[in-house]
Design a protein around this ligand. Structure first.
Ligand code: TMP
Ligand code: MG
Length: 230
């Protein structure tokens, strides 16, 4: 088989600059494609979009979690095919957002038992990382994952903040903790944390590209596509 493209994931909090950086990174490769999750253009994505933009829409936390995962499975074949055709795929959010946001709902709902904006109930599945990863097992695993992190005070000043479900400062603080808890940076050297505090767009772009080069994900590879596993 001929060499394949690589799968690069950019994760981060809402408004952390990951969409900007994902687009810039995509443009660095001549044969590349940017995929954003949730992908709101699919059937399942349209339900997710309604859930995120209309705070009166109620879904159980388990259902919402499974829909986000199902939305990734909708694109599974396309991702594999594009990689095999030599495309570099940049993902703007993926499995770690899935786990971190659901896990954060569990923490949030314990603290705010009467507030249903973010979450419905405190259910044990939503606090259980093994349950949360379950539906994503077997999806293509990114060759490199970058988590953009910054201080929450800087985040809430950014444009557009607060429009969607989940864009609450208290909730984002918990989301950040959840990401840092679940990302296995000690044991998995394909995962890197990128501190973007007090850095402009160009500086962050350079930080990201340096890591991409250092990890060798800027060139085609003979390695088989990895799968998400425990
Ligand atoms: P976006 O702002 O990047 O379009 O993502 C919309 C929201 O969906 C964001 O608050 C993060 C959340 N999310 C999940 O809760 N689970 C997931 O699996 C993904 C991909 C996103
Ligand atoms: Mg958002």
């Amino acid at each position: 088989m001929s060499p394949r493209g690589q799968l690069i994931l950019i994760e981060g909090l809402d408004r952390s600059g990951k969409s900007t950086q994902s687009s810039i990174l995509t443009a660095k490769f001549s044969k590349s494609k940017l995929l954003k999750f949730p992908d709101r253009t699919t059937k399942i994505g349209s339900i997710i979009n309604e859930y995120l933009t209309d705070k009166s829409v109620q879904l159980s936390d388990q259902s919402a979690h499974l829909l986000f995962s199902a939305n990734r499975w909708e694109l599974n074949n396309e991702i594999i095919q594009l990689l095999n055709e030599g495309y570099f795929i940049i993902l703007d959010r993926y499995i770690y957002s899935g786990i971190a946001y659901s896990l954060a709902k569990y923490e949030f709902s314990k603290r705010n038992a009467n507030d249903s904006t973010v979450t419905s109930t405190v259910d044990e599945q939503i606090g259980d990382v093994n349950w949360l990863i379950g539906p994503d097992l077997g999806l293509p695993k990114p060759d490199l994952t970058l988590f953009l992190t910054l201080d929450l005070a800087e985040l809430s000043n950014r444009k557009g903040w607060g429009e969607e479900r989940y864009e609450l400062q208290e909730f984002q603080t918990i989301v950040k903790k959840s990401f840092l808890r679940i990302l296995p940076t000690d044991t998995d050297d394909s995962i890197e944390i990128v501190d973007v505090n007090n850095k402009n767009i160009e500086q962050v772009t350079k930080l990201i590209w340096d890591i991409v080069e250092k990890k060798g994900v800027n060139a085609l590879t003979e390695n088989p596509i990895k799968k998400v596993s425990i």
